[in-house]
Design a binder for this molecule. Structure first.
Ligand SMILES: C[S@@+](CC[C@H](N)C(=O)[O-])C[C@H]1O[C@@H](n2cnc3c(N)ncnc32)[C@H](O)[C@@H]1O
Length: 288
């Protein structure tokens, strides 16, 4: 794409598709390359969240007759179960099977997540819907998790979506949401990008909003806090990561750097030889 074309698409544009549509368009086969460049940096999210907690103990606690019925909300490409497997969940569960229902409005995501599942996980049902549209007849799960998953639920629909997740877990079960806070790179960058290029689009939801929705659904979550940085010396990698953060491939890194508040934020993330971004993430858990 030429510089002229980039600066044209980089203008604020009320006609840009809204956040959920942009998310869905990127969680598709056409978005595979962008997804892969995103995870060059974002794989750290899953290393951090899996290391942060004894997930095996959580799953053992809610198992019934050697099995756990799980709901993976907004399963994406399955990075969370993949990282649990990589860190030895199968050995830690010693024979307990985790039957996972995959929920995502993207058929591509469901297929990707299904393809990474191995012991102790077994793929079960698929729900190709938005969380807020999950049929209330799907329930009685021992555990439901949503890891970096709820950003594209419009804030006005978050109470409904989170309530569906809470209701889906049986009494005595366990729920977990891992989500970036308003001080994290994800939310700060998304908000500045939105202000610069897509001011009428729906903002991403934050961990703080998820916590409020959990309380509205009758749950008092425990909150674990994670802070870590991700970095790269490669401008190409950073550009791909940032474009995926915004679900918008039309604005180059150079254009973002030249924008006022967004450019100032990015200047603050520069370090000798590259970029470093700080993530503040909450691990919200509850016993149903
Ligand atoms: C970053 S991925 C989640 C990553 C995933 N938890 C993992 O372990 O790899 C975000 C996913 O949210 C999905 N999504 C977007 N809006 C949604 C909604 N309203 N309800 C459920 N999922 C949604 C997208 O299709 C995408 O697959």
């Amino acid at each position: 794409m030429s510089t002229t074309e980039q600066s044209e698409t980089g203008r604020p544009d009320a006609d840009r598709p809204d956040t959920f549509q942009r998310s869905l368009a990127h969680w598709a086969e056409e978005g595979r390359a962008g997804m892969e460049s995103f995870y060059a940096l974002a794989s750290e999210d899953y290393r951090q969240m899996v290391a942060a907690r004894n997930w095996a103990a959580d799953l053992r606690r809610v198992a019934r007759d050697g099995r756990v019925r799980a709901l993976d909300v907004a399963c994406g490409s399955g990075k969370f179960p993949a990282e649990l497997m990589r860190r030895g969940l199968d050995d830690a569960l010693a024979g307990t099977t985790v039957e996972v229902d995959l929920l995502d409005p993207s058929a591509f995501s469901i297929s990707e997540a299904r393809s990474v599942l191995g012991p102790p996980f077994v793929a079960a049902a698929e729900h190709e819907v938005r969380l807020q549209d999950l049929d209330p007849s799907h329930g009685d799960y021992d555990v439901a998790w949503a890891t970096h998953a709820l950003y594209a639920i419009p804030p006005a629909e978050l109470d409904a979506g989170v309530a569906r997740m809470v209701e889906a877990v049986r009494p005595g079960g366990f729920g977990a949401v891992v989500q970036a806070t308003t001080t994290s790179h994800y939310l700060r960058f998304a908000e500045l990008f939105r202000a610069a290029y897509s001011p009428t689009s729906t903002p991403f939801t934050s961990a703080e909003q998820v916590a409020e929705s959990l309380v509205a659904a009758g749950v008092t979550p425990s909150v674990g806090m994670l802070r870590y940085t991700v970095s790269s010396p490669s401008r190409d990698v950073v550009e791909g990561f940032l474009q995926r953060c915004a679900f918008d491939d039309s604005v180059s890194l150079e254009t973002m750097e030249s924008d006022g508040p967004l450019g100032e934020y990015l200047a603050g993330c520069r370090e000798p030889g590259g970029y470093r971004f700080t993530q503040d993430v909450h691990v919200l858990t509850w016993e149903a």
